[in-house]
Design a protein around this ligand. Structure first.
Ligand code: HAM
Length: 421
């Protein structure tokens, strides 16, 4: 029989990798808590119309990339391709607006998009993200951006990223701008790619982030959305840039940044990193003041971002970003299976004091155990030979420095504490 393999664009996270995942997850939990955000977990699949209505029928995500099926009761269901829509649905469903005027949430988990797999682009991937509902003010935008900034800093990526921001204005501003952009582009349409021609009809703003060099050249002459901002749009955007400067967060304004989801209003932003390769967007986000109403809730402004966790880990591996070691602190080696009861007791005592301890459950020779200790990455080997057991001592071997010392078993915890503090 042919071997069954994982599906294209999906990956197993093996033990050597899962440690890094947990470290990243821990940083996210810690930093979100510092900003008063609480975790929300929503189902992996939702009704298809949730995404069609919020992300937009004409976006790449909804029109090409969703895993959708008709369920036995004839409802169309979809594996979530993003989480903002799900969180917004949950916000409405659970009347969160009535519980508090501001809801600060965050999430992490798997998502599904049927894209062409390549480095940093998968069909099942993971995001963490942050959403805040309730404030229309620019300080809220900057607070969200600074959560991303703190997580990037914690992961050692601060010096390898760029923050691009833009305002795509309010809905009224965009209606006027779309028309102006279409009027400008219409005479040149024949030189545009099929994708851009399609976007011209369905979502002309998306043409602004074309990668085609000829199209980009022409777009330099195109009308700018900033000329269509309302007074409030302008004040909002200027306040954001001022606050970012106040906080010392470096950024660039990119007037072509529009993002590929329909729910955005005003602020959009992306953190990119050259460390990830062609798929260089680490984090994408923006404001979505109309989303809750579009989904049938009471008018509530909102803003958030989401980050690709696989891309984060690729970037972190390149900078050897701060990754807390989960290697064992010590490996207990014993000469003889008669000492196993002692091994188990000592392991548990040490674990209760916070140390990571492993021993050999295969009853191999001492030489093999020592080899395994070195392979495990443990810093110390704690050796129980005949002499040690007779004298109630233990031999403490530093595998890095290659030094050793015999100490009474009673002093083991103290000895360890002194070494590691
Ligand atoms: P997005 O730009 O579609 O935004 O995705 C956010 C991040 O998810 C990207 O910057 C990237 O790091 C990662 N990502 C996207 N697709 C893939 C893929 N196929 N493989 C690996 N990583 C991927 C959103 O999803 C919005 N919901 C963000 C948001 C939250 N806006 C407001 N709140």
């Amino acid at each position: 029989m042919n071997k069954i393999r994982s599906i294209k664009g999906t990956h197993d996270i093996l033990p050597e990798e899962s440690t890094k995942w947990r470290n990243l997850e821990k940083s996210i939990h810690d930093i979100c808590a510092k900003f008063g955000h609480e975790e929300i977990r929503t189902p992996i699949f939702e009704e298809t119309r949730l995404f069609a209505r919020s992300v937009g029928e004409n976006t790449d995500i909804v029109s090409k990339e969703m895993y959708t099926w008709k369920d036995k009761d004839n409802t169309y269901l979809t594996l979530r391709p993003e989480l903002t829509a799900s969180v917004a649905r949950s916000f409405i469903q659970h009347n969160m607006k009535n519980k508090s005027p501001i809801q600060r949430l965050y999430y992490m988990g798997p998502l599904f998009r049927r894209e062409r797999p390549q480095k940093g682009r998968q069909r099942q991937f993971h995001q963490f993200g942050v959403e805040s509902f309730g404030s229309e003010y620019p300080e809220q935008d900057v607070e969200i951006i600074s959560i991303a900034w703190h997580i990037l800093k914690e992961c050692g990526l601060k010096n390898n990223i760029k923050l691009y921001i833009n305002s795509i204005g309010s809905i009224e501003c965009r209606i006027a701008y779309k028309e102006a952009l279409q009027n400008f582009l219409r005479p040149h349409l024949n030189m545009f790619s099929e994708t851009s021609k399609h976007r011209f009809r369905t979502n002309p703003l998306r043409i602004l982030d074309t990668k085609n060099q000829d199209e980009r050249l022409l777009l330099k002459e195109a009308p700018q959305i900033s000329s269509y901002y309302s007074e409030e749009d302008l004040i909002h955007f200027e306040s954001i840039t001022r606050f970012l400067n106040d906080m010392g967060i470096p950024f660039k304004i990119d007037s072509n940044l529009v993002r590929g989801l329909d729910y955005y209003t005003r602020t959009v932003f992306e953190f990119t990193s050259e460390l990830v390769g062609a798929q260089n967007a680490l984090i994408g986000g923006g404001r979505y003041d109309g989303l809750i109403e579009t989904l049938g809730g009471k008018n509530t402004p909102g803003i958030g971002f989401a980050a690709g966790m696989e891309r984060f880990l690729i970037a972190m591996a390149k900078t050897e970003g701060k990754i807390r070691s989960l290697k064992p602190d010590a490996y207990i080696i014993c000469q003889n299976a008669d000492y196993l009861s002692l091994v188990i007791q000592l392991s548990n005592q040490l674990r209760e004091h916070g140390y990571k301890i492993i021993f050999d459950p295969l009853r191999r020779s001492m030489k093999a155990q020592l080899r395994d200790a070195n392979r495990s990455g443990a810093r110390y080997a704690l050796i129980l030979g005949e002499e040690e057991v007779k004298n109630n001592t233990i031999n403490f071997k530093d595998l890095m420095e290659n030094t050793q010392k015999t100490i009474p078993q009673l002093n083991l915890i103290n000895f360890f504490d002194n070494l590691t503090n």
